[in-house]
Design a protein around this ligand. Structure first.
Ligand code: PEP
Ligand code: MN
Length: 345
């Protein structure tokens, strides 16, 4: 951190800043010009609050040098983090596709969709059993029976499975069934939940809060890493803007920005980002072109009858056709799609 003193700050004012630096156990590096004094604070500045230093007499402004997150940053860990699960590598050269319904609705529904997405090349089945809905009157998910059905369908098709957990108390239960724990946009800053998944022994898919900055997303990831769980992927799922034509605005900038700032795999959710199934294909292609390590896509056997998010869900056919096009985009950016073996049975 660098403290810039006001022009002609008095010796007494400079002395008081130096004393405060020492009092807190840091070292000071003084640079005295004719008009101005600049003080470098040496030591880990993360616990320091620049605003508190700006309150000291004679201080003009305070500049942070380090990012406020550490374990999550690329400086701390220059190599990409690759999360390997059952032979599927997330964050490596190939791009993973997670797909499935917004919500698990029945055994027949999840089995049919699991087979559809597997045949089209997905390697991870998505589906919600605990649904954090905006309205308390909307379908809230099947709960534990839904988790059982997801596990069954994943095992029947040889897919991995990702599902959302909405409360810290339910982390052990969801972790019994899921391969990857999803934290939704509404819970990105639920600190007790971040703490709980930080102590779980399962990878985490952390979705960006709909009104959160990239830095806030990385700080949320830092909570999970700092509790000992390093297997975290961050997910851009669209943010709130003034635009109402689409459900959210896909922040495509976030993809290369996150790749620059963090070593964690970056996933894009074009379904929630657009809210319209006719836009999902283009948004997915853009995500891959921008450097995403994976996609999470809503697919339904009967979108018009879905209990949640039907309007943004692709049919199996649409999904299969899209995956083929995505493979070509991946190739164009020197990547490839991690396509699963088609299921027999
Ligand atoms: C979901 O993936 O079904 C979901 C609820 O996503 P989000 O938290 O991004 O809205
Ligand atoms: Mn959904």
């Amino acid at each position: 951190m660098v403290i810039v003193m006001r022009p002609f700050a008095t010796k007494k004012e400079v002395g008081a800043v130096l004393a405060r630096i020492e009092e807190l156990g840091y070292r000071a590096h003084l640079s005295q010009g004719v008009e101005r004094t600049i003080i470098g604070v040496i030591g880990d500045e993360r616990p320091l609050d620049p605003a508190a230093w700006e309150m000291l007499e004679g201080v003009e402004n305070v500049v942070r040098i380090l990012k406020p997150y550490k374990l999550t940053s690329r400086e701390f860990h220059p190599e990409n983090t690759v999360i390997t699960l059952n032979g599927v590598a997330i964050g490596g050269d190939s791009i993973v596709v997670m797909a499935g319904p917004c919500s698990v609705e029945s055994r027949a529904q999840i089995h049919e969709i699991a087979h559809m997405v597997k045949a089209a090349g997905a390697t991870i089945l998505r589906g919600g059993a605990f649904k954090p809905r905006t309205s308390p009157y909307s379908f809230q998910g099947m709960g534990e029976p839904g988790l059982q059905l997801l596990r069954e369908a994943a095992d029947a098709t040889g897919l991995l499975m990702v599902t959302e957990v909405v409360s810290p108390m339910e982390v052990p239960l969801v972790a019994q069934y899921a391969d990857i724990l999803q934290l939704g946009t509404r819970n990105m800053q639920n600190y007790s939940l971040l703490h709980a998944v930080g102590e779980a022994h399962k990878p985490v898919l952390l979705k960006r809060g709909m009104s959160s900055t990239i830095e806030e997303l990385l700080m949320a990831a830092e909570y999970i890493l700092s509790h000992g769980n390093y297997r975290v992927m961050v997910c851009e799922r669209g943010i709130r803007t003034f635009e109402t034509y689409t459900r959210n605005t896909l922040d495509i900038n976030a993809v290369p920005a996150l790749k620059q700032l963090t070593h964690l795999p970056v996933i894009v959710d074009p379904s929630h980002a657009t809210g319209k199934r006719e836009l999902v294909d283009a948004a997915s292609r853009a995500a891959i072109a921008a450097g995403a390590d994976g996609l999470i896509i809503e697919v339904h056997n009967h979108p018009e009858r879905a209990l949640s998010d039907g309007a943004q869900s692709l049919t199996g056919e649409q999904f299969a056709a899209m995956v083929k096009r995505l493979a070509r985009v991946a190739e164009a950016v020197d990547r490839r799609l991690a396509v699963g073996e088609p299921v027999v049975a």
